[in-house]
Design a protein around this ligand. Structure first.
Ligand SMILES: Nc1ncnc2c1ncn2[C@@H]1O[C@H](COP(=O)(O)OP(=O)(O)OP(=O)(O)O)[C@@H](O)[C@H]1O
Ligand SMILES: [Zn+2]
Length: 632
């Protein structure tokens, strides 16, 4: 392929020179990353570094055009580099097969670059790169797609909002008792099946218990206890022992496992009578019955007309697959400590399909095909190559503006599906979106309020659940303000002694202030602790809020709330009406590019007014900004 393209000649001399001399980092070589790399290589960029932690999967080949069949299993970053070098052998391009969140890539690493382009698929890595670019004061072009929608924005310290300025919609989650006791939708059964996979083969996680929940608030206290006592008299061991240990003891005998999860546990649930006063009770199912249940003739005929993945399995097929997948998973486990569930791993996906459908049958819930279950279980929104290409193109246009020192022209741009009411595909904010002054990441003195039961949460849980998982730190150190006492240290061996102590035991009580910092992220945060006792298991274990003035009742908070929350976004159809250039899509339908509205007196106000119009609807926005891997 030719080493030069027309693009450099439409750029000013200044930008062309900057493009040739700058050094850029591309984080992620997936759907968007491959497109960005190709665009960079063909538009005159000379010095590119690319990092991706993953290897090429066959499912990537339909849209990650730098990869071919023969590359499956090889590191994405390495192959992306090789392919791009074919476009332009003179490129100075370096590949890292690694996670960007590791300590090797500290602030000094970022300072090597003029610009960073994110092409990631998960919130954690995005949050991390956001913090690193703020710390290194490097412009970051953040992009994401979800199906037909996408977004590109510039993040620059002091000029724009950062990736964490606005609250992100929490990931959809369900109360434990719905999953364990009273499922009513297919997704409840799918989540349960994934939890069951983890209980049997994965890393131990008490939050993913699949056994009946006697602490269900719907139960009159006695009913649950009564049932538990009866259970203990008969088969009590099974209940109390870890599922994992018990499964090992019976050598993963599929019949015994089946009868426990789908017959005995269901009988036990039935004994919690309160649950079934207003609900259809579940029907316990024994292995022998399921194995011979072929389904009604209509379903068999319907199934025969469908591709295998689209068929809804009969109970007998579910039990066969249950047994065969367990046998494969058991042998996979024999040389590992635990397995990690992955939607693209056949036995794991088969196991979840079978278990979810058996449970759905028991609770009279619609059963689903393997294909549907895969997309629900893997949080999959189909990736659309065209959207990735548009977004990657926009990202590189943003890069030209940044290099031309026209950062203020990098207004956030959205890709939207054309709707009948407004023929729009691209929409831009009218102004740069300013930082949230209360942002717990980019404000001058970042602070956050954490409400937690100080007599119940351990220091280790606080570190893992609050500081790492919720506040996205990598290696936090925490000091109790006023006492100069280091309570959590990122140095091995320094504070492990505190790990199993409750927060209050080491002096973290209502009103305590913690000074937390993450050395890698160059990030300091003041954490104000308040004591909070959840009323029952349906309430969150802890709440993180940006600003006490914004405190709202727990039920409104839906687990986590940050300050500076905005009104709910409006429908995309209400987007700005001014139209501009036309372009042509694959299907030859003319689409229109929406130009920013005329500037307004107060940019901040203008921004928020416009944003309400441009933001996606609740249904479609879940993954717009941050495409999540499955991690529930
Ligand atoms: N911490 C990280 N460090 C480096 N690369 C990362 C990190 N987290 C995610 N990535 C990479 O970002 C890329 C995102 O690309 P994309 O959204 O197309 O996902 P994918 O894994 O290729 O596809 P899919 O999830 O649809 O199977 C992936 O290649 C992934 O490996
Ligand atoms: Zn911010």
């Amino acid at each position: 392929m030719a080493t030069s393209s027309a693009i450099p000649y439409v750029l000013s001399d200044k930008v062309r020179e900057a493009v040739a001399n700058c050094k850029v980092l591309v984080v992620g070589a997936g759907g968007i990353g491959c497109e960005i790399l190709k665009n960079l290589a063909l538009s005159g960029f000379q010095n590119i570094e690319i990092i991706d932690l993953d290897t090429i999967d066959v499912s990537n080949l339909n849209r990650q055009f730098l990869f071919r069949k023969e590359h499956v299993g090889k590191p994405k970053a390495v192959v992306a580099r090789e392919t791009v070098l074919n476009y332009n052998p003179n490129l100075n391009i370096k590949a890292y097969h690694d996670s960007i969140t590791t300590v090797e890539y500290g602030v000094n690493f970022y300072k090597n670059f003029n610009l960073v382009l994110n092409a990631l698929d998960n919130r954690n890595a995005r949050n991390h790169v956001n913090r690193m670019c703020l710390a290194a004061d490097i412009p970051l072009i953040e992009s994401g797609t979800s199906g037909y929608t996408g977004q590109v924005e510039l993040i620059k310290k002091g000029l724009t909002q950062c990736y964490e300025c606005q609250p992100k919609p929490p990931q959809r989650s369900f109360p434990g008792c719905t999953i364990r006791n009273t499922p009513s939708e297919p997704i409840h059964c799918i989540v349960w099946a994934k939890h069951l996979f983890n209980q049997l083969f994965g890393e131990d996680d008490p939050d993913q218990d699949v056994s009946p929940d006697t602490a269900d608030p719907e139960l009159a206290a006695d009913a649950g206890k009564l049932a538990l006592n009866e259970e203990n008299e008969t088969d009590g061991d099974v209940q109390r022992k870890s599922t994992n240990l018990w499964a090992k003891e019976i050598d993963y005998n599929p019949e015994k496992l089946f009868n426990k999860f789908f017959q005995d546990d269901i009988k036990y649930l039935l004994s919690m009578e309160n649950l079934w006063k207003k609900r259809k009770p579940p029907k316990p199912l024994a292995w022998a019955e399921a194995s011979s249940h072929e389904g009604d003739s209509n379903t068999i005929i319907e199934n025969n007309l469908k591709a295998e993945d689209m068929q809804v399995w009969s109970l007998s097929k579910c039990s066969k697959v249950f047994a065969s997948s367990i046998s494969v998973l058991k042998s996979e486990l024999s040389n590992k400590n635990f397995l990690v569930w992955d939607k693209d791993d056949k036995p794991g996906m088969d196991f979840v399909t079978a278990c979810a459908n058996i449970r759905a049958h028991i609770f009279s819930i619609d059963q689903k095909s393997r294909f549907e279950i895969k997309s629900i279980a893997g949080n999959i929104v189909p990736a659309i190559a065209t959207t990735n290409a548009i977004v990657a193109g926009l990202a590189v246009l943003h890069a030209f503006r940044v290099l031309g020192e026209e950062l203020e022209k990098c207004n956030t741009t959205y890709v939207r599906q054309k709707s009948s009411s407004a023929k729009t595909v691209l929409m831009t904010e009218s102004v740069l979106i300013k930082a949230n002054p209360n942002c717990y990441v980019c404000s001058e003195k970042p602070s956050v309020n954490v409400s937690v039961n100080v007599d119940n949460m351990t220091v280790k849980e606080f570190e893992t659940e609050v500081l790492k998982k919720n506040l996205n730190m990598i290696a936090p150190d925490a000091m109790l303000d006023g006492k100069n006492l280091v309570v959590i240290s990122s140095e091995e061996g320094e504070t492990e002694i505190n790990n199993n102590k409750k927060l209050s035991e080491i002096g973290i009580i209502d009103g305590s202030i913690l000074k937390v910092d993450d050395f890698l992220q160059n990030y300091e945060l003041t954490v104000y602790v308040t004591n909070y006792v959840p009323k029952d298991t349906t309430e969150p274990q802890f709440i993180v809020h940006g600003n006490t003035e914004n405190l709202r009742p727990v039920e409104e908070m839906n687990g986590i709330v940050y300050s500076g929350g905005k009104e709910s976004p409006n429908k995309q159809g209400e987007a700005a009406s001014k139209t501009g250039d036309k372009m042509v899509t694959d299907d030859d339908e003319p689409v229109e590019v929406i130009e920013p509205q005329s500037s307004v007196d107060d940019p901040q106000e203008g921004s928020s007014v416009k944003r309400r119009k441009l933001n996606p609807t609740e249904e479609e926005d879940d993954d717009l900004i941050m495409l999540e891997d499955d991690d529930d």
